[in-house]
Structure formats: C-alpha cells, structure tokens
Design a protein around this ligand. Sequence first.
Ligand SMILES: [Zn+2]
Length: 245
Amino acid sequence: MSSNDVIFTFSIDDGHPSDMRVAEILERHGLDATFFIPVRNREGQPVLDKHALRQLASRFEIGSHTCDHCFLKNVDVAESHYQITEGKKQLEDLLGAPIEGFCYPGGKYRKSDAAMVQSAGFRYARTTMNLCFDSGDNPYEMPTTFQFYPHERSVYLRNFTRGGHWGQRREALRLALQKKDWIDRLHALFRHACDQGGVFHLWAHSNDIDALQAWDKLDAFLAEVASSVPPQGRVNNGRLAAISF
Ligand SMILES: [Zn+2]
C-alpha cells in the first residue's frame, strides 16, 4: 500500500451538544465522520435536541448508540433487544432515513448482542477496540485505531490484551507506548498509517474535548489529516464498512 491508500474515518459517540463543534471543525477541513447517538443518556449527559440532530444528519452519517446509552452486556436479552431495535426506530422516525450503523456503548457486548444488531437490520457495528490499522474481519465488530483521550499506558495494554488480534496490533501498541504525550501518540500512529497505508479510525466524546480543553489540539490534528489524506480516503464509518465487507 502507498500513502494514497490511507483511509481516515472518525466516529463521535454519545450525541453531546458539543458534537456540533466537532461537526464545524470537520466541515472546515473537508472530512467525513459518523455520530453515534443514543435517544437519551442514562448517565445524565445531555443529548442533542431534534433540531440539532437533523442539522447534523444533513451533513454526516448518524448511527445508533442504543436508546438509553445502555451497556448491553449488563442487561438481559429482552432489554438488549429493546435497546437495539428501539434506538434504531426512534432515530429513523426522527430523521426520516434508515440508520445503518451501530456502536456498542462502553464497548460492552456479548456475541448474542452482535447477532441481534445484525438481525435488527444494521449493516455494521463499531467496538471500542483500538490499535488497529484495518476494519477487522467482521462488520459487526469493527475496531478503531485511537480514542482522542489521554489514556494511561495501562489502558492501552489492557485494551490490547482483551481485544486479541495481537500480531496485527503489536506495532500500534509499540508506537502508543513509546510516546509519553498522548498527542504525540496520536500523531505517531497517524504517520504510521500514512506511511504503510491502511485505516486510521479515530473516535472521541465531544464532552471529553470540552473537559480537556483540547479543541485546538483536535483542530490541528484534523488539519494534518486533511493535508495527508486524499479526498477519496476521507470516509464515514458506513462507507468504510461498505468498502471493507
Ligand atoms: Zn457511548
């Protein structure tokens, strides 16, 4: 693969009102993304209102993140089924368009939840596995590369251990552990994807960006992405799934 083959995708979880600020930065840099939205957030975080959501949907892909931001692994099968199907239906009713992507809140799911996501009519689902430079081997367990968050090194090690696929992810883990500063890690992993070709999948919570006061850092990174990734490589999650599976 050459650098022309690098693909950049970005997903933003939870539908916090600050997602509109992410959208503005993405538009300015000509980049695409998917916003995974719960209808409500049981953890008490605010969720975009109908007007803002429709505005966001006019420019970006909207995916479902259950009804209530429910960690599927922690509830029974009936509740999991309700969260998966009802979250999809309510977004579709609101937006008048099919919702094809799903993201597991907290990355917590069982194999049976993934099967329910598929039978509910979703085309793909995203996990919270990081350190991948590809879209995985199962459309209902699409991994990511990096969360826009200053994790401790131990978090990368734990995510690496739990996620498997160690051979493919070893180089990304090495790069992540090598850098002390999280933004240096982000740039090192992105440069690797550009040099080797492959997928760079960034994900974030916009309320984290608020709390970290990291808006300038996100803007600077997305400017680098826009100067490195040709237009055909700037995709939302749905497009990545379509070209991968
Ligand atoms: Zn979430």
